[in-house]
Design a protein around this ligand. Structure first.
Ligand code: B4P
Length: 178
């Protein structure tokens, strides 16, 4: 977990390679649906382009199907859950699969650094949600809907300082999970 631009996708990809895990990014999954112009993609597009979260019912349905099909494969989930109902839904999915969540990582970075990173990413990402106005809106949505998850997972959350180079942040994560 972490606010937009904290490096969830960047670090999840590195960890997935290192530990041979399946990397599930809900942002990538949704962008893929948009690209293929599926019914989910068409619904998701306007929420994402406006900097809003896609409705919980859509995400819970996608993640239930995906995690069930993966069964026991080791998975790193990036960008989900992002709301309390998603976290509650994930607990149920995991329980029904007789599986468990080993680690919850929260990458935190100061807002002005996040905005700077995303403005830089905007130069070549081609993402419709990487404009200055939408970037600011996404930070607000994060504070309102996703930040409360830190309390939801207070028993087993690992806090990671995400300010520093990509390699430094990876190192901090590895020190906590090895
Ligand atoms: P995501 O695709 O998850 O995107 P993100 O939050 O913008 O980025 P992330 O934190 O992964 O940052 P990244 O590593 O790319 O979500 C996009 C949208 O999809 C959401 O706004 C929402 O609408 C929708 N969505 C997704 N999941 C959802 C859910 N569960 N429920 C509802 N809606 C959902 O890093 C950002 C940039 O910083 C990159 O350019 C990277 O190279 C750079 N960077 C990373 N680490 C760095 C470091 N240490 N130093 C310098 N630069 C760094």
């Amino acid at each position: 977990m972490g606010p937009p631009g904290a490096g969830k996708g960047t670090q999840a990809k590195i960890l997935a390679e290192k530990y041979n895990l399946i990397h599930l990014s809900t942002g990538d999954m949704l962008r893929n649906e948009i690209q293929k112009k599926t019914a989910i993609g068409l619904k998701a597009q306007s929420y994402m382009n406006g900097g809003n979260l896609v409705p919980d019912s859509i995400l819970l349905s996608i993640m239930k199907n995906t995690l069930t099909s993966l069964k026991d494969s080791g998975t790193i989930v990036d960008g989900f859950p992002r709301t309390i109902p998603q976290a509650e839904g994930l607990s149920l999915i995991v329980e029904n699969l007789h599986s468990k969540i080993d680690y919850v990582l929260n990458i935190h970075v100061e807002e002005k650094i996040l905005i700077q990173r995303l403005i830089e990413r905007a130069q070549n990402s081609g993402r419709a949600d990487d404009t200055e106005e939408v970037i600011t809106k996404r930070q607000k949505v994060y504070a309102q809907l996703t930040a409360p998850l830190v309390d939801f997972y207070s028993n087993n959350i690992i806090q990671i300082d995400g300010d520093g180079s990509i390699e430094q942040v990876t190192q901090r994560i590895l020190e906590q999970i090895q």
